[in-house]
Ligand binder design. Structure first.
Ligand SMILES: C[S@@+](CC[C@H](N)C(=O)[O-])C[C@H]1O[C@@H](n2cnc3c(N)ncnc32)[C@H](O)[C@@H]1O
Length: 519
């Protein structure tokens, strides 16, 4: 029996590299919104702020690098114990010429007590995506000790993790997958595939545990579509266990961190989370831990995206609204594709057209501050900047920017081209990636396919969408290639104008600058 690793990972998968990815909920600009919605002052960020950003368990470092490329004044540090990840991150940084990102190979279990820790700057913002619920107690203790030493007073911490009770019904599925996979003498990706195969087989055989919960069914379905490296990191780790929010809060309190809000902005609007009866129960409690436990019981969310702060400075409603009014938003969809309905845990909700219609129209012309949007003629209400930010950003139809986009600088162009060259494959076109941008401070979150199309537009002035689809889908049947052609043409028509407006692509036609690599 093998452990699916090289023996130094304390049960974490180390023989297979993870996937590159970008998660907008880790962006400091976005986390500031979560803090304001949670009623506390976050980190004020201007284009000149020399923000210090720390990512723990950074994998390939792609997320850290797009943030660094989009924010030349920031100092970005990524830490991971897998040397393959750190080497890949450093290579990509060197190729793109990004000097404000540093990648450190270190084990989080012991880093806080290591002399190396002195080289890490005090963090304004520290983030972890997909780490906490996958690592053993000594690593969790090490993370808390590191946050205690390295997050500055007033600093913000974001952490996503598999949550209880949401995951409770699927623990057996994970155990079956891992237990059977690790009996195969093979690398952990092959082990995960074998384990997933057994889970699917047993699900078809009507196993009650795999049949009776909608959540388990959705996971089983997802297994069949997932990349094997993802499956290995997700399921083959010995220490994996989902956590109650209350336990995470207690652990982070040792680093003087207080829970503030969810980075999933819509989750901060209780009427969208709970029905009337459940809200009556919730309203009996003012303790945030009890309130979150009640929400988790009602909503059963399997992944939590918690935001903490080291030293909460509570804002009055007036100060909170004034700070939200200063937020600049950029529209991320063509106005005619704006979605007026959202699926919320408490049911389907509508965005009021008489209110959001003029706002979406104004944003279609370019980024605007929330306070200016609330002064648009004809709005029935003008007193709710939190709703504007929460609904527009929470539905991913807008994002916060520091300023309108400008012509992409060489680092941005090089990173976008290099990332496309390294990562795009015909079987990973839906992976969560991003385009680095100039001027806005905010990378543009997008699927891998967008990264490919944007890099092609950047490389040459003529858009030959058919040829791009044929090159990308060479191994696919003609019907799929035709779908890809149509989809790429749609991206060029609908998304490229947004990429140009928000500093990811030159405003006019592309084409490499002298001395710049092309794809
Ligand atoms: C599931 S991956 C997530 C990577 C990245 N944050 C993302 O979401 O794409 C977890 C990462 O944590 C790293 N990791 C696990 N245990 C660690 C430890 N003890 N010290 C440092 N890094 C660790 C792994 O190498 C891996 O890159």
């Amino acid at each position: 029996m093998t452990r699916g690793g090289d023996g130094w990972g304390e049960g974490y998968v180390t023989d297979i590299a993870y996937l590159p990815g970008y998660y907008p909920n880790q962006s400091p600009l976005h986390l500031h919104l979560a803090c304001l919605l949670g009623g506390v002052a976050g980190i004020e960020i201007t284009p000149e702020t020399p923000l210090s950003y720390l990512e723990l368990g950074c994998g390939h470092g792609f997320g850290a690098l797009v943030l660094a490329a989009s924010n030349p004044a920031w100092r970005v540090t990524g830490i991971d114990f897998n040397p393959a990840h750190i080497a890949a991150a450093r290579d990509l940084a060197a190729e793109a010429g990004i000097a404000n990102a540093t990648f450190i190979e270190a084990d989080l279990a012991s880093l806080a007590g290591d002399p190396l820790v002195g080289d890490i700057p005090q963090a304004d913002v520290a983030t972890m995506h997909g780490l906490w619920s996958w690592v053993a107690d000594p690593v969790r203790d090490g993370i808390v000790a590191l946050l205690d030493r390295k997050v500055r007073p007033g600093g913000v911490v974001q952490m996503s993790y598999n949550a209880l009770p949401g995951w409770q019904g699927a623990i057996g599925m994970q155990r079956l997958l891992r237990e059977s996979g690790q009996r195969l003498a093979a690398q952990s990706d092959r082990q995960a595939e074998a384990g997933a195969e057994l889970v699917r087989e047993l699900a078809k055989a009507n196993a009650a545990h795999l049949r009776d919960s909608g959540f388990v069914q959705s996971l089983v379905e997802h297994l069949g579509k997932s990349n094997s490296a993802y499956l290995a990191h997700e399921y083959m780790t010995a220490a994996w266990r989902p956590c109650f929010h209350a336990d995470v809060v207690a652990a982070l309190a040792r680093a003087k961190l207080n829970w503030v809000a969810s980075a999933q902005l819509v989750e901060n609007f209780t009427p969208l989370m709970l029905g009337d009866e459940a809200r009556k129960v919730l309203d009996r409690f003012d303790d945030p831990v009890m309130r979150e436990l009640i929400k988790d019981m009602c909503v059963n969310r399997p992944l939590r995206q918690d935001v903490f702060i080291r030293g909460a400075r509570r804002l009055s409603s007036a100060d909170r609204d004034a700070a939200l009014g200063e937020v600049m938003l950029a529209l991320l969809c063509p106005p005619d594709k704006f979605a007026w309905e959202l699926e919320a845990p408490s049911g389907r909700a509508n965005l009021d057209r008489s209110f959001f219609g003029p706002i979406a129209e104004a944003l279609a012309e370019g980024p605007r501050r929330v306070r200016d949007l609330l002064e648009l003629p004809g709005l029935a209400r003008r007193d709710n900047p939190g709703e504007v930010v929460g609904m527009l950003v929470g539905t991913q139809q807008a994002m916060r920017v520091l300023a309108p986009g400008c012509e992409p600088g060489p680092r941005v162009r090089r990173l976008n081209a290099a990332a496309a060259r390294r990562f795009v494959r015909s079987d990973n076109l839906n992976n969560s990636m991003a385009l680095a941008t100039s001027g806005t401070g905010a990378p543009l979150s997008c699927p891998m396919l967008d990264l490919f199309v944007a890099s092609q537009l950047q490389a040459g002035p003529a858009a030959d969408t058919g040829a791009w689809a044929d090159a990308l889908g060479a191994d696919h049947p003609e019907a799929e290639r035709q779908r890809l052609r149509e989809f790429i043409a749609l991206l060029v028509a609908e998304r490229a104008p947004i990429w140009r407006r928000l500093g990811a692509l030159p405003a006019a036609s592309g084409g490499p600058r002298p001395g710049e690599p092309v794809l």
